[in-house]
Design a protein. Structure first.
Length: 233
C-alpha cells in the first residue's frame, strides 16, 4: 500500500454504462461528458497515493432490489445494470473508468455509497479523513454520499467537473447546497495541486480545541430530575 499523506480517498460513484451511455436505461445527460475529467482524477489520485473506490449498482435480474422510486423506469429502460449484462445498458464501466490493481470495488444497494456497505469500515481501516467525490448523479448518489460522509465526520470534497446531472440548473443548485453543508468544491484542474494541507481536517481541529479547553472541567451529571428522567428509569 502506497503512503497516503493526504489521508484522502477518491470515490467514483455509478459511472457504469447504464447511467453513462446515451443508450442506457438510466442515462444521465451530463454523465458522458465527464468521463475524461473522471479519468484524469483517477490517474491523479493514484499518483498521489490516494486510494480509489469504485462504487456502483448491480441489480438482480428479477428487480427485487431496485429502488421503489426507480422500479418503473428500470423496467421500461430494459433492466439496466444486471450482473452479467454487456453493452450500453450494462453495469460495466466505460473503458477509461475501470478499476486497476489496488483499487477497491463496492456494490451499493441505494443512493449513498455508505448505506449498508463496507465503505466506512474500510476508510477507517485506511485512516482516511477526507473523501473526494465524483460520479453521477449529483443530486442523488453524490449528494447523499456527501451528506453521509459529513455526518460520519469525514471532510468532503466534490470534484465539480467529475459529477453530473440531467440539467445544468440541477447541477448548479446541488453543488451549492453541498457547499453550504460544508463540502469543499474544486474541479479536476485544481485537484492536480491537491496535497495534505488542501482541506483542513475539521473534526481533528474541533477535537484538539475541546481537549485544550477548560470549558467543561468536570463530567456533566444532571441533579435530581433536571432532565425529567427520574420517572422513566
Amino acid at each position: 500500500m502506497k503512503p497516503n499523506p493526504t489521508r484522502s480517498a477518491l470515490i467514483l460513484i455509478d459511472m457504469e454504462n447504464g447511467f453513462v451511455d446515451r443508450r442506457g436505461g438510466h442515462c444521465i445527460k451530463g454523465a458522458q461528458a465527464t468521463v475524461p475529467a473522471c479519468a484524469r482524477a483517477l490517474d491523479l489520485a493514484r499518483s498521489k497515493g490516494i486510494p480509489v473506490f469504485f462504487v456502483k449498482r448491480i441489480y438482480r435480474a428479477d428487480g427485487s432490489d431496485v429502488e421503489l422510486t426507480r422500479y418503473a423506469a428500470w423496467k421500461a429502460g430494459g433492466h439496466a445494470c444486471l450482473p452479467a449484462s454487456t453493452g450500453p445498458n450494462s453495469a460495466q464501466a466505460p473503458e477509461a473508468l475501470r478499476p486497476q490493481p489496488g483499487d477497491y470495488a463496492i456494490i451499493k444497494p441505494r443512493w449513498s455509497a455508505f448505506f449498508q456497505t463496507e465503505l466506512d469500515l474500510i476508510l477507517r481501516r485506511l485512516d482516511v479523513r477526507t473523501v473526494i467525490l465524483a460520479g453521477t448523479t449529483t443530486p442523488n448518489c453524490v449528494r447523499t454520499t456527501c451528506y453521509d460522509a459529513i455526518a460520519l465526520e469525514y471532510n468532503a470534497v466534490v470534484l465539480t467537473d467529475c459529477c453530473s446531472s440531467q440539467t445544468e440548473e440541477i447541477q448548479r443548485v446541488n453543488l451549492e447546497d453541498m457547499e453550504r453543508a460544508g463540502a469543499v468544491l474544486m474541479d479536476s484542474a485544481a485537484f492536480a495541486a491537491y496535497g495534505p494541507e488542501t482541506v483542513p481536517d475539521l473534526s481533528a481541529a474541533i477535537r484538539e480545541e475541546m481537549l485544550l479547553s477548560d470549558a467543561f472541567p468536570e463530567p456533566f451529571e444532571p441533579e435530581g430530575d433536571a432532565l425529567g428522567w427520574t420517572d422513566r428509569w
